[in-house]
Design a protein around this ligand. Sequence first.
Ligand code: SAM
Length: 217
Amino acid sequence: MDRRTWERVDAYFTGQLLGPDPVLDAAQEANALAGLPAIDVSAAQGKLLHLLARTVGARRILEIGTLGGYSTIWLARALPADGELVTCEIDPAHAEVARANVARAGLDGVVDVRVGPALDTLPTLDGPFDLAFIDADKQSNAEYFRHALRLSRPGMMIVVDNVVRGGRVADSYNADPDVRGTRAVAELIAQEPRVDATVVQTVGSKGYDGFLLAIVK
Ligand code: SAM
C-alpha cells in the first residue's frame, strides 16, 4: 500500500468524522502564508489529541512545540472555559503566527504561548498538568518527558509525536539525532516505573509515523 492510498483514506475519514472547520483551515493558510513548514499534525491526528484530552478530563495541558498553533487549537478546544494550555515555542516568528491563529479561534483566553527554548521554560512551570503533548526537537525528547513527569498527576497522559520516523526508530545503528532522541525516550520509559506506555504506529497524509502514549500511574 502506498502513500496515495493513505492520503485517500485520511481524506475519507476526515470528511466523514471531522467535517468542515474554517478556523483550522484559516490557521493552516496563515501558517503557509507565513512560510511555516507543514509539519503540524494532520486533522485526524489533531482530533485524536482532542479526544484524548477530553478522555482524561483535561483542565491543564502542556504542549512542547507550537509551530503555528494547529495542534494547540485542537487541544485547547477540549478545555473548559477556565482551563489552561501552556505551549512552548523556540521561534518567535512561529509563536507570533500561533498567537494570531489562537486568537482567531477564540482561544486566547486559555492559551499561553511561551517563547524560548522549552528546556528554559519548563523549569519555570508548576504542575500538575493533565495532558502533555511533546512535539518539538526530537533530540530533547527524554528531557521533555522527564519534565512532563515532574509536572504530572496520577492519570496524566503524555503523548510523544513522531516516534516511528518511517520505521527508522527500529535501527539501533541509525545516527540521526532525531532517531536517537526517540530511542532515548523509549529507553527512559522502559526503566520508569511511574508510567505505563505503548506506541500507535500511524499512516496517513503525514506518511508513516506514530505516537507514543503514556499514562502516569
Ligand atoms: N505541534 C505542532 C502542530 O502539530 O501544529 C507542530 C510542532 S513542529 C513539529 C515543532 C516546533 O517545535 C517548531 O515550531 C519548532 O520551532 C519548535 N521547537 C524546536 N526546538 C524547540 C525547542 N528547543 N524549544 C521549543 N520549541 C522548539
